[in-house]
Write a protein that binds this ligand. Structure first.
Ligand code: ZN
Length: 427
């Protein structure tokens, strides 16, 4: 299907970070041309006059079925929250719940301009993969592995990850499967090494939580004699295919280790603030060290939304606050984190509006009271909200057009999520 987007203001995120006015031609799911005026016989023409086009946002760390727990348990300390609320509900998860939560999250992501996400969750992951293919969103999906909590054998636990790879790898260009050991404190050394070994053998991404809380760092020092990133470095699992979620409580030496290895960091500012983890991820140090920084929302039980526009704003404001300097991590840096860097972290040829790239494109209506007047389009990240987004294309396919889903039955999905959530939390 060919699509011609006419007369947009384009925040390209190309190599020169140009902002241009013109047309975008999409052919066979890819961006083929950008020019002041393009004449072409496209299957669909989109009038983007008065609209901003920007690359689809990439959510580099989340747990999408957890949207069923949005607002279910608030104002609790982490331990009570997990033991009294989340774990008992998660013990009841059936495939239909995973499906309902996944579909709800995908609706929310598309409506807020996200076209690609990095997923890790613990049960019935086939349903997440099915939801990705059914909706046409782009994703990297891994089965969260943790042998220490379950007290299972590392080799048996690994099979959860490898069987997802066998079943779904290569099924669609929209779907990558990753290996996703949960965290250094929930996985044995044997499991981490097995998971990375399999990832290397099959050229997969390796996705793991790390250094989210100060307690985790102290426990690691006590038990292993090393800080968490030093520990992963000593195991030899840091490389350009590793995506570390959080990485907030790190020393300069650790950010240097991650950067030297070319690893990606998913910074999740809103979830960190909500869980009151204290430390702020030192993005400037990571940048200086050469790490690939991306942004994520984390799951909706600890955020409570998948709104990447909000995450981008929080990221920039928190870094300004951290360094007492609004320029140390710039607005342009934040656009890079949320687009091209996220795509790189997950292994997709997306994240900018440039010829040859996957056509993941978002349109926002500039004729909105919170977006006018227009100065530098980059600065709109401080005031844009999901209600401004009118159109979303993923791999060139319009998923949202003029504020309406082209194929997905939004109200049905929301209704099914409500039923599934009530089912899970009923006594
Ligand atoms: Zn997480």
């Amino acid at each position: 299907m060919d699509v011609l987007i006419k007369d947009a203001l384009i925040l390209t995120q190309d190599a020169r970070r140009e902002i241009v006015r013109g047309d975008i031609l999409v052919q066979d799911g890819k961006i083929s041309k950008i020019a002041k005026s393009i004449r072409a016989d496209a299957d669909e023409k989109i009038d983007a006059k008065g609209k901003l086009a920007f690359p689809g946002l990439v959510n580099a760390h989340t747990h999408i079925p957890m949207s069923l727990f949005r607002g279910y348990a608030e104002g609790m300390v982490l331990h009570d929250w997990l033991e009294k609320k989340i774990w008992p509900a998660e013990a009841k998860l059936k495939p239909r719940h995973i499906r309902a939560g996944s579909m709800l999250s995908i609706l929310e992501m598309v409506r807020s301009g996200t076209t690609c996400f990095n997923e890790m969750y613990i049960a019935h992951m086939d349903e997440v993969c099915r939801a990705v293919l059914e909706t046409g969103i782009r994703a990297s999906v891994g089965h969260g592995l943790f042998d220490l909590v379950k007290k299972t054998d590392a080799k048996d636990e690994l099979k959860n990850g490898t069987s997802l790879v066998e079943k779904w790898s290569g099924k669609s260009p929209l779907l990558n499967i990753s290996m996703a050991p949960h965290a250094p404190y929930t996985c044995s050394e044997e499991l981490i090494l097995l998971a990375k070994g399999h990832a290397r053998k099959k050229s997969l991404k390796f996705h793991m939580h790390i250094s989210e809380t100060r307690k985790e760092v102290f426990d690691s020092l006590r038990e292993k004699g090393k800080r968490p990133v030093e520990y992963l470095h000593s195991l030899g699992v840091l490389d350009e295919n590793t995506v570390l979620a959080h990485g907030s409580w790190v020393t300069k030496r650790e950010s240097a280790l991650a950067g030297k290895a070319g690893a990606s960091i998913s910074h999740n500012p809103v979830a960190n603030l909500k869980l009151a983890t204290g430390g702020i991820c030192p993005l400037h140090e990571y940048l200086e060290a050469g790490a690939n920084i991306a942004l994520g929302t984390d799951g909706t039980a600890s955020n409570n939304c998948h709104n990447m526009l909000e995450t981008m704003k929080f990221a920039q404001l928190m870094q300004s606050h951290l360094y007492w300097d609004p320029l140390r991590v710039s607005i342009q840096n934040v656009w890079d984190f949320a687009t091209m860097n996220g795509a790189k972290a997950l292994g997709f040829n997306a994240g900018s509006i440039a010829p040859g790239k996957e056509a993941d494109i978002v349109l926002a209506d500039l004729r909105s009271s919170n977006l006018a007047p227009l100065h530098d389009a980059r600065n709109l990240l401080f005031s844009m909200h999901p209600g401004n987004i009118t159109d979303v294309l993923i791999a060139g396919k319009p998923i949202l057009r003029e504020g309406k889903f082209t194929e997905l039955d939004e109200q049905k999905i929301i209704g099914e999520a409500q039923e599934a959530a009530e089912d899970l939390v009923s006594p």
